[in-house]
Design a protein around this ligand. Sequence first.
Ligand code: DOR
Ligand code: ZN
Length: 350
Amino acid sequence: MAEVITLPGLIDLHVHLRDPGQTHKEDFYTGSSAALAGGFTTIVDMPNNQRLITNSELLVEKISSAKSKTVCDIGFNFGTLGDNLDQFEAIYDKVVGLKVYLNITTGGFIVDKPKLAEIYKAWESDKPIFLHAEEDVSDLVTSTLREIERKTHICHVSSEDELKFVMKAKEAGLPVTCGVTPHHLFLSDKDTERLGPYANVKPYLKPESDQKFLWDHLDAIDIIESDHAPHTRQEKESNEPPFGLPGLETTLPLILTAEAEGRISRQQLLEKLHFTPAKIINLETNPETKIEVSMEEYEIKNEDLKTKCGWSPYAGKKVIGKIERVNLRGQLVYEHGKILTQPGSGKTIS
Ligand code: DOR
Ligand code: ZN
């Protein structure tokens, strides 16, 4: 019998559950089920729904829909293109943070660069601004932060240059954190040939030299975020494959496999998947929210996944760490592949 370990419920600050608007890809029930199956008990959803979540009515509607469907705890980010600054006051207490896209990705909700400073000025909250900011915009981010200090999280650093930028910003005392995705740790541009359109993701998969830099500087990276971004196979195989990979169910086993290989320590795992994400969003965690994981080896199979998209870039890969049981605030909500709780039993957080 393989050893069974107990870990605190994991926290993922970066998922796209596609609800409302694109529930053929995922919805609050299937996405939060995938979270539990992957050992995540709290997730934070991004605002790039088919219609960007830019006003308080859209946000309230989205939260109320999530309340009736979600099986893990969930928080939300607000969206902006810089033309809804008057909405901020009304939504501070309903969200975990603000998401700003400075590069092109799914939905096309990219902000005009000169608007960034206006957005920063208007966001009068201690809650973080989550930035999609690839290396080409790092100077803009630094100059904005020097002028207006707001708690900022740089999502999905994927290259040596991006991580170096964050390291420099931290050295300069700017209030910055950053996250890395499992796909930038476990896949590189070499996998693009094998995975074809399924590898299309923003930021793009990078050369192995970048990947090595990320692994060599894990302590400079605050959190691991799945950037769970499901699209259907049909969409991925179309002429214009959208950006994004599902990740909720494969993140922990990939990291535990890396731990078994001596590439990451248990303490680093706990910091990046639980303690630091909680700190970034000021979340009070519950000691009765925990997961049990069997340290057995198994193969990732598409047919075992709960995500509605039904595929993983890691299908066929052997990993260590099967999530056996999930307790949410003392209640057994997941066991051996089955969701044991009703839609709507998750709590919304802000
Ligand atoms: O590849 C990506 N997909 N990157 C993002 O930043 C967004 C995401 C999505 O929503 O599909
Ligand atoms: Zn994302």
